[in-house]
Design a protein around this ligand. Structure first.
Ligand code: 6LW
Length: 502
């Protein structure tokens, strides 16, 4: 199928930051960051770059990533996915965990290898490419994220080393290469042989409002690189565009020879200085190559797929690849049976490091989730989390439902007594456009926590959504909405979703 001239944007809604893309024939594969969540590193597939299906995850087994111990913000940072001679490769940083890892697979849906640590590579955002002789180059950002090294949290600019992928090691001391035009945090390097040049595409300015894409080129993969006139060539900084923080780009050539750049961005709902509930998502723009051999990128448009989305999960079989758990696999705290999804509580609640929680990325700004929860054998319910510090939840406990808005050093609680002795309780979590005067509307959304009893909807709390946003939580991920248990076992009979970008 052919790729249209313009694509829906966001391309992958919901928290899908640091996208990397490759093409094999008429098939496109995309991989994004997942930090402390498992399974890690989703692999999406498309044949037209419009419709994407998650076909699996790179990290589906304990040990591939060492996320059990990583702090929030750590874990799977910034993969690069490439294909060569029938083998798919993903290089990625397990930040504060195993370090720089190299995974391989012959089937991108998996299984993927256990992941080999690339010794001698100390940094983030690894990119993998090969020269004409088959020599593998790893180009990366020299931000130290290994707490055991003296480079920890120092930044040495962009670095590069030849690597032996079979032995899992650098073949030389990493050398400095072009690191942009002065923006902070030069990172996300991707190196390509295009025509007679080696092009280096990087991010600089930081992943917030100053983010940008810069380009340079050289006659050799090692440089010296000459930057494009006018670089950075893409940024939303200083503008009131609806898509902000644009940067961290990866180029792909379509089967018919055209070029696109996939990249990350956020969509603050009210203004460029607003709050982005969904975190950093994946976007895509067409690329035009000038007579001078330099690329130019179109402005990233906000053009969500029309019609919204509705789905219902009745938990009659294994959870799909889109389901996430925190520092553990979904199967470590859930099983399917007894008429639904059974969650078994552990010692953590939602403020803990590894709660008995499984969820999916919030993909739409206006969204409603309805869960039917049987908590006769425990306590638990429905929640939206950004991380263990920022989460809103509805918990069914014996004889009552408790709504909680949890922030660092603040908590708001409301409850509803259940008198009907019903086994299953209908919980509803809704993110909607904020109401009220001008200042009241200067947030991303209002989150209603409600219970439906005998068909009557009781809203227990209506909370400002700005605290569960990229700009406030600053924990690199995005909202994940899901189910949890805090005592005993909880059976969720169904979870329904309706979303739109109205
Ligand atoms: C990613 C890097 C970044 O490795 O944040 O701020 C890291 N920019 O490119 C995680 O997304």
């Amino acid at each position: 199928m052919s790729v249209p001239a313009t694509l829906p944007n966001p391309l992958l809604p919901g928290f899908n930051p640091d996208p990397s893309i490759c093409r094999v024939g008429d098939d496109y594969y995309l991989c994004t960051s997942t930090f402390e969540y498992l399974p890690g590193l989703p692999v999406y597939h498309s044949t037209d770059m419009v419709t994407w299906t998650q076909i699996g995850n790179v990290a589906t087994r304990t040990g591939q990533l060492d996320v059990e111990k990583v702090p929030t913000l750590g874990g799977a940072w910034a993969p690069t996915i490439r294909h060569r001679d029938g083998v798919f490769h993903v290089v990625v940083t397990d930040a504060f965990g195993r370090g720089t890892l190299h995974f391989t697979a012959t089937d991108p849906a998996g299984p993927w290898s256990d992941g080999v640590v690339l010794e001698g590579i100390d940094g983030i955002d690894p990119d993998l490419t090969w020269d004409e002789d088959g020599t593998a180059f790893l180009t990366f950002s020299g931000l130290g994220v290994n707490p055991e090294l003296d480079t920890f949290m120092s930044h040495r600019g962009l670095l590069q080393a030849r690597v032996d992928l079979e032995r899992g090691c650098a073949l030389e001391e990493a050398r400095s290469i072009w690191s942009g035009v002065g923006g902070q945090f030069p990172e996300a390097p991707h190196l390509y042989r295009i025509g007679e040049h080696w092009y280096l595409v990087i991010a600089e300015g930081g992943t917030e409002r100053g983010h940008s894409v810069s380009v340079a080129r050289a006659d050799s993969p090692e440089g010296p690189f000459t930057e494009a006139p006018g670089t950075p060539l893409l940024s939303a900084r200083g503008t009131n565009r609806p898509v902000q923080n644009t940067g961290h780009g990866d180029l792909v050539q379509t089967a018919d020879g055209r070029w696109f750049l996939v990249l990350l961005g956020v969509r603050p709902r009210t203004s460029a200085s607003g709050f982005s509930a969904l975190g950093r998502e994946t976007w895509a723009v067409p690329v035009t190559w000038g007579e001078d051999g330099w690329p130019s990128f179109e402005v990233v448009p906000l053009a969500p797929r029309e019609g919204g989305l509705t789905w219902r999960e009745d938990f009659t079989g294994p959870l799909g690849p889109q389901w996430l758990a925190v520092r553990q696999l979904p199967t470590d705290c859930t099983r399917v049976g007894d008429g639904g999804l059974v969650l078994t509580a552990n010692d953590d609640d939602l403020s803990g490091r590894a709660p008995a929680f499984v969820g999916v990325r919030q993909t739409h700004q206006t969204a409603s989730y309805t869960a039917v929860v049987d908590a006769t054998a425990g306590s638990g319910g429905l929640a939206v989390r950004y991380d263990e510090r920022y989460h809103y939840s509805l918990t069914v406990e014996p004889g009552r439902v408790v709504a909680r808005g949890c922030l660092p050093s603040f908590e708001q609680v409301a409850e509803l007594t259940l008198t009907g002795g019903q086994a299953a309780v209908e919980l509803e979590l809704t993110a909607r456009r904020p109401e009220g005067d001008f200042i009241a509307q200067r947030t991303c959304d209002t989150v209603d926590l409600a219970v439906v009893v005998d068909g009557e909807r009781h809203v227990l709390l209506s909370l400002d959504g700005r605290f569960l946003s990229s700009e406030v939580a600053e924990s690199f991920t995005g909202r994940v909405v899901g189910l949890f248990a805090t005592a005993g076992e909880v059976t969720v009979r169904s979870l329904s979703f309706t979303g739109s970008d109205e």
